[in-house]
Write a protein that binds this ligand. Structure first.
Ligand SMILES: [Mn+2]
Length: 345
């Protein structure tokens, strides 16, 4: 177990020296913290002259809206790949996998960890029985975010971190100060909760001195709040059926395209309502493909129901993607499967 950023630096440095090719994996459906920390790790790996790639899950229909600002901002020479490209890229080279912002194998878009020569996990979430069991686990759960960990790592490495307001910027500079500050703001809900320490505030202060732009950060979360309104729209249009099962879809505009994160947020909200046994939220994630996010208190087997549609999960949280243009028909099917005793009526 790696217990400090200092220790992380020496181990990561050795792993980077030992390997030719480096794959960085944020968690599936990456958020701003996962993406920003991955970009910081990308910069470090590149500074060591390594062939470096960031792998983004392409299973999800649409990326989180808050990432749009970051992707639009990146120079075009950043190597972003899909999971299916990995075997060809690493072929028989010595390769290192760096996992960022999660410590669970089920949360990364790579099934076969054995194809890598080395693995290191950099995260700030608590460990549990589903965590990856590797020797290079850097899980600092008293730090606010993966962004804060990787910011400290960049400083230890002696890599200059700047934001768009810096007076010393050059072409093709990555504005890591902007992205990493956004990651901290996301994971601490704007310093309202999570692991905010005096060190976090010192790091934020340094980011601002390096030209981090609050305007950029605010703009990212403006798009987040537009997304929050969309989630509210889904929630307010749900039917609370018999036996306290909520089944939601946007009845006013059934064709509306949602992100998987938005469907999940709506389901999370509905299941918390008093007396609710299960919640299913349906929405198109792209044309012809409906995402379903399901939650249960345990009595209604959402994992089993979602597996009928080729999806998966457990008794409490599950999801599926269904190729269909008939979202209303799908809702009726879900009702039959989910509502106990429905068939008796
Ligand atoms: Mn995070």
């Amino acid at each position: 177990m790696i217990k400090s950023v200092q220790e992380l630096k020496s181990i990561l440095e050795r792993l980077l020296k030992d390997n030719e090719c480096v794959i960085i994996s944020p968690h599936i459906n990456p958020d701003v913290d996962a993406m920003s920390s991955s970009l910081a790790l990308y910069t470090i790996s590149k500074s060591m002259g390594k062939d470096t790639y960031i792998v983004i899950d392409d299973e999800s229909g649409k990326l989180d809206s808050s990432l749009i600002n970051i992707f639009a901002d990146l120079p075009t020479n950043i190597n972003i790949i899909r999971p299916r490209e990995i075997p060809t890229i690493i072929s028989n080279k010595k390769s290192l996998l760096i996992v960022s912002d999660t410590n669970k194998a089920s949360m990364i878009p790579i099934k076969n960890l054995a194809m890598f020569s080395d693995l290191i996990v950099i995260d700030h979430h608590d460990l549990d029985s589903n965590s990856i069991k590797g020797e290079n686990m850097c899980v600092l759960s008293d730090v606010s975010s993966a962004s804060e960990i990787t910011y400290e790592l960049l400083r230890q490495w002696g890599i200059r971190v700047i934001g768009r307001n810096s007076h010393h910027k050059a072409d093709n500079d990555l504005f890591l100060a902007d992205y990493l500050l956004s990651g901290i703001v996301l994971d601490t809900d704007s310093f309202r909760k999570g692991k905010v320490s005096s060190k976090t505030m010192k790091n934020v202060s340094k980011m601002l001195s390096s030209g981090a732009s609050l305007e950029f950060v605010n703009d990212i979360f403006r798009s987040e709040s537009t997304s929050a309104l969309r989630v509210h729209g889904l929630v307010s249009k749900s039917d609370i059926e018999l036996f306290n099962v909520a089944i939601a879809l946007n009845k006013d505009d059934p064709e509306m395209i949602y992100t998987i994160v938005e469907l999940a947020k709506a389901a999370d909200y509905l299941i918390e309502l008093k007396g609710m046994d299960a919640a299913f939220v349906l929405g198109y994630i792209k044309e012809g493909l409906v995402g379903i996010s399901a939650r249960s208190k345990g009595r209604i087997p959402v994992g089993k129901i979602m597996s009928e549609y080729g999806g998966g999960g457990n008794a409490y949280q599950a999801a599926a993607k269904v190729a269909t243009n008939d979202i209303k028909g799908l809702k009726l099917e879900i009702e039959k499967l989910a509502i106990p005793g429905y068939k008796l009526n």
